[in-house]
Ligand binder design. Structure first.
Ligand code: SF4
Ligand code: SF4
Length: 445
């Protein structure tokens, strides 16, 4: 986004202009395909790199469709960003594929009801983990007031709410003056725009959320979610002018590193392996720097994985590569004798939290360690409790009081049947019909 002003064009016009500019500048040299780590795992490997990217460029330039190889490349992009530094024309090929994926979903979305399903799944998962005051804080936007900082949660991080409350505890410890904006009512718009191909809806959703930020007249909007970061800060960069900066929360923590260091008084006696992603390595490296500051913490290794995050829009786009890298990460935890695996984003935490089951190491988010180092008590990780229970009778015994207290009265058998898919974010793979528009009100939420 750009400083100061208002929307210059419709989102459709903006995306078309960006697409044409890339199509004009790209020479179809194929270097971005050559370095791409997901290519060897799919159909794109069966065509010459120049032909694969040439078809993407043709599609962005108005051709009605892409070749199967180009479609495979586009749909398996995990956002790792390896292609960005190799482009001789200074094009961002990751953005090029985001634009192609958006155009593709306008033609035939594989997940036409994704937002509805995702929003209901998020609500159910958060309601299973939070007391009502916390639930309200995440789902009900606060009244506008002048606040220098907005902490923006995005949508899917509400599935792992403990790390958001940890982050708020850190901001409180730094005496930051902030308000929290998040949940499906404040989506960045990526679901409608990129996944559902509904750019009219995406434009409305994005503009509503940016206007909500502006209601606080903030100097900074601090992002948690890497998907929002890429959508608002990269794909839609320049779409709407704003008076605030958009940064990841870890950039803010680094800007306050002396204040944090002064508060890291409690030894964190752990030997840890940190999991980060190549797609926004600045975020991972910021966390690494924070961990190095913590007294008592022995950071044995940082393992960099492909993709910009774990989960549906990140590494899961190329499942075979993700499986190999996840196995390698767990192997490094074992080989280094670490007692703690430190996760980065919500998608990473949800992916690995169940790995604690073998009892050899703990899985904690970096926010758990920040709170611990500051002498606080990290928020209870109910997702971990449920994942480790792995028995939906036991899970429901624990979750039902939370659900009822948050006003969700769900049929126990229905939730036992669909809970595993809800916890696995199956809607991003076209699943969770039970939460779609044709499912009636089976889930009475
Ligand atoms: S961002 Fe990564 S996965 Fe996507 S095209 Fe570039 S190199 Fe390939
Ligand atoms: S590296 Fe750049 S110029 Fe070459 S094909 Fe990719 S986007 Fe086009």
């Amino acid at each position: 986004m750009m400083p100061n002003g208002q929307t210059a064009a419709s989102l459709d016009d903006f995306l078309s202009t960006e697409s044409r500019a890339i199509a004009r500048d790209c020479t179809a040299c194929g270097k971005c395909v050559e370095v791409c780590p997901v290519v060897p795992f799919g159909l794109a490997a069966s065509a010459a790199p120049k032909d694969v990217v040439g078809s993407v460029i043709g599609f962005l330039n108005g051709a009605p469709s892409m070749t199967d190889q180009a479609d495979a490349w586009t749909s398996s992009c995990n956002g790792c960003g390896d292609c960005i530094p190799v482009c001789p024309e200074a094009i961002n090929p990751r953005k090029m594929l985001m634009l192609a994926a958006t155009k593709q979903s306008q033609t035939a979305s594989k997940t036409p009801e994704l937002f509805r399903r995702m929003a209901r799944a998020i609500k159910i998962m958060a309601a299973m983990q939070l007391i009502p005051a916390e639930f309200t804080r995440l789902f009900v936007p606060p009244r506008p007031r002048a606040a220098p900082i907005v902490f923006y949660l995005g949508c899917n991080a509400l599935r792992t709410p403990h790390l958001l409350f940890n982050a708020m505890q850190v901001l409180d410890g730094l005496e930051a003056d902030y308000e929290v904006v998040g949940g499906p009512s404040s989506c960045c718009g990526v679901i409608a725009t990129k996944w559902e191909g509904a750019t009219g809806t995406g434009q409305r959703v994005t503009n509503n959320t940016i206007s909500r930020f502006e209601g606080f007249q903030p100097e900074k909007v601090l992002n948690w979610c890497p998907t929002c970061e890429l959508h608002l800060g990269e794909t839609l960069q320049g779409y709407r002018k704003t008076n605030f900066s958009l940064d990841h929360i870890t950039a803010y923590l680094i800007s306050r590193i002396d204040d944090l260091a002064a508060q890291f008084r409690t030894p964190v006696r752990r030997r840890a392996v940190l999991h980060i992603h190549a797609g926004r390595s600045d975020v991972g490296r910021a966390v690494e720097r924070l961990l190095h500051l913590m007294p008592g913490l022995d950071l044995a290794e940082t393992v960099v994985e492909s993709g910009y995050t774990c989960g549906g829009s990140g590494c899961s786009k190329c499942p075979d590569l993700a499986a190999a890298e996840h196995a390698q990460l767990l192997e490094r935890v074992r080989a280094t004798g670490a007692d703690t695996l430190v996760t980065l984003y919500h998608g990473c935490h949800a992916t690995f939290v169940g790995a604690e089951k073998d009892g050899a190491f703990e899985v904690l988010n970096f926010t758990d360690l920040l709170v611990e180092a500051m002498g606080g008590q990290p928020h209870r990780d109910m997702l971990k409790t449920y994942r480790l229970a792995d028995d939906w009778h036991m899970i429901l015994d624990e979750a039902e009081p939370y659900l009822k207290a948050n006003g969700l009265h769900l049929d126990r058998d229905w939730l036992r049947q669909h809970g595993p898919d809800i916890f696995a974010s199956a809607e991003f793979r076209g699943g969770l019909d039970c939460l779609g528009s044709h499912a009636g009100e089976t889930a009475k939420n």
